[in-house]
Each structure stands twice: as C-alpha cells, then as structure tokens.
Write a protein of this length. Structure first.
Length: 231
C-alpha cells in the first residue's frame, strides 16, 4: 500500500444536466466565499491508458480503496496529441494525488500509429514514468471537454465545471482516431477540490448547492459509453 502524501486532496463531485450550466455558474459567482475565475476557460484533452486486462477500470469499478489511473493530457483546441504531460493519478479512500511528467514536444505527427505516439511520449519521460507507461500501454479512449476554473478568495477551495464532453474509442484502432463519437448523456460535472485539512470549510461552501453529490468517473463513463458496459 502507498502512503497518502501531505499534498493529497479531496474532491467532491456533482453531476447535472447541461441545461443547468448557467444556474451553476451564477451560484458559484454569487457565493459568499467570493469565488473568481482562476484561469481562462479552456479545452482539456486526454488519452486514457490502461492494461490489456483493464486493471484501472476494474479497480475503480469495484471501489478498491487504493487505485491508480494513467492519462496523457494536453490543453487547447488541438484534437490530436500535442505537447502536454503524462499524469499518474493515485487514490486511496477519499484522497487523491497525482504525479505529472512533462512532455514538451508533441508526440503525434500525421500518419503516426499508436506505437509511435507511445514511443515519442516515453522518450521524453524519466525512467520511472516510462516504466509506468509500459504497464498501462493500451490506449482506451480520447476524451475532451471544456472547463471553467474558480477559486475562493482565501485560495482554499477550488471548483471546476466541465461541459461538452466528447469521447472517442481507441481500442480497435492502430492510429489515433477521432472518426466516431460515443453517445454520452448531456451533463456537466462540477468538482469541489480542497486539501484534506479544509474539509469543514468545504462542507460549509457546499451547503445549499443546487445539485446532489454524485459518484462520477470520466474514465469509467467513457469506457461504458464505447463498450456498452461490456469489456
């Protein structure tokens, strides 16, 4: 088992229909904690990797207390893998943290297959991270969504709002493919994020939030969407 590091944080998630988007934004901006935008809105793009036997998917679905997830992430309007970072997300019980490894050169050029993309990523990683990529080397999905960022005036509570999610199945493609989109519900995902010593403060912030707390994993939902919940 791995120990929970001091920088681990907790995330509380809410899911609602996208037609509630402006109501949610208004609630955040009018909250007494004086939330303001901490970044410009931007597109987030990710490749989720897993083992050939879907180890990350299975451990998440079964609710294991200690689990990991690997993704390659880049920001902006480019839909094919661009310069970004490999992220190893760890979770133990309610707390999560991640290790980030920068990839400064775009790992995809026109005509590259998945083996070439993974090779280009691995060539820019430290040894630790390249070993992890070898363990989770099966590209499952590419997903993409628009994110809003907010932070309380005391910098202790962050809220993100994700909308317009798009998922593309990669499991049966030798090259990165954006050919077909999976059918997804028209929802937005709100995440309230805070360090573990700010739980009471976060609970006060969430009082009166107009949406119920919900378990949600973009990766699990993406896999279910592309596989009809059959792996």
């Amino acid at each position: 088992m791995f120990e929970i590091p001091p920088n681990a944080r907790q995330e509380i998630k809410f899911v609602t229909n996208q037609y509630n988007y402006f109501q949610i934004i208004s609630w955040i901006m009018m909250h007494s904690s004086n939330f303001s935008k901490s970044y410009d809105d931007r597109w987030i793009n990710s490749i989720y990797f897993d083992s050939s036997n879907y180890q990350s998917y299975a451990s998440n679905l079964s609710g294991q207390s200690a689990r990991t997830k690997l993704r390659y992430r880049w920001y902006g309007n480019k839909r094919m893998p661009s310069a970004g970072q490999l992220e190893l997300k760890n979770k133990r019980n309610y707390f999560g943290w991640k290790k980030t490894f920068k990839v400064n050169q775009a790992p995809f050029s026109a005509g590259d297959n998945w083996n070439k993309v993974k090779s280009k990523i691995a060539s820019q990683l430290p040894l630790e991270a390249s070993h992890i990529l070898k363990m989770y080397n099966f590209p499952i999905v590419i997903n993409r969504y628009k994110r809003n960022y907010f932070c309380s005036i005391d910098k202790k509570i962050r809220i993100t709002v994700d909308r317009n999610q798009i998922v593309h199945d990669q499991r049966f493609h030798s090259i990165p493919s954006l050919y077909k989109k999976a059918n997804l519900p028209n929802t937005i995902v709100i995440e309230v994020k805070f360090n573990r010593d700010n739980f009471e403060l976060a609970s006060d912030v969430m009082q009166g939030f107009p949406v119920r707390v919900s378990k949600h994993s973009k990766y699990i939902n993406a896999v279910d969407a592309v596989s009809w919940n059959r792996i």
